[in-house]
Design a protein around this ligand. Sequence first.
Ligand SMILES: C[S@@+](CC[C@H](N)C(=O)[O-])C[C@H]1O[C@@H](n2cnc3c(N)ncnc32)[C@H](O)[C@@H]1O
Length: 253
Amino acid sequence: MTWDMKFGGKVYDWFGRHPRSYRVVRWVSCLGREQFFHRRAIAALGLKSGDTVLDLACGTGFNHAQLARQVGPGGRVIALDYSAGMLVEARRRAQKGGWRQIEFVEADATQPVLNRGSLDAALCTFGLSAMPGETEAIRQVARALKPGALFVVFDAKPFTGLLRLLNPIVQPLFGYSTNWNYTKDVIAALQAAFVEIEVEEHNSGCNYIAVCRTSAARPSSATRSITRLRAARRASPSRCSLFSKEELNNVEG
Ligand SMILES: C[S@@+](CC[C@H](N)C(=O)[O-])C[C@H]1O[C@@H](n2cnc3c(N)ncnc32)[C@H](O)[C@@H]1O
């Protein structure tokens, strides 16, 4: 199959009009553990009050409650997506939640729409694997981040191990329904653009959280966050833990 922006735009405009269907697809894509993964990915950003954070390919705004809470009323959440349909639903949610710190940007992530060095952190959940031209989008994020800042990616890839037997069914199913390009290597593209990258795999390799850091000119809370990740990996190399259970429990869903 081929993956292109036009097809993706149609798919996501449809999902924007049918948010419940989108919710089901998301739930299945995380094998039912979506709250766990999102809390973990957002905790890894190491956000503080007043920060400016990008939610790349924000979709219906699944991350926005947590991001808005963490940056506080004085911070900014830049919610970027190219699907007008998805943004309609994300705006509706933000209005309902009263999150005025969210700014919506309808744009193609592969274009230079973000100001250089303007972001304290960036997040992308289930976006890069469904985005034609992800290498350019990653370059744009790296350019827009401040020195030493983090880009946290939560995404999906084919199963490994015994569950790989499911790949011939899962790949075309999600390929057609979500524009998911299971053939591309997002992790390799991140490795090419960032000086440091740590990857944590879950669900037989089909979900992963990648924490990527730009080259640091000065220490930041983001640097501290990745240092802790490394310390955790040293302590338990087989099952790296970004944050303790207590810390994750402190991040409300
Ligand atoms: C699977 S959805 C993920 C949405 C959201 N991040 C989430 O976790 O629910 C993929 C999103 O990527 C967006 N997208 C795909 N290609 C894009 C591009 N080139 N520029 C901006 N958004 C894009 C789609 O419109 C869609 O909202």
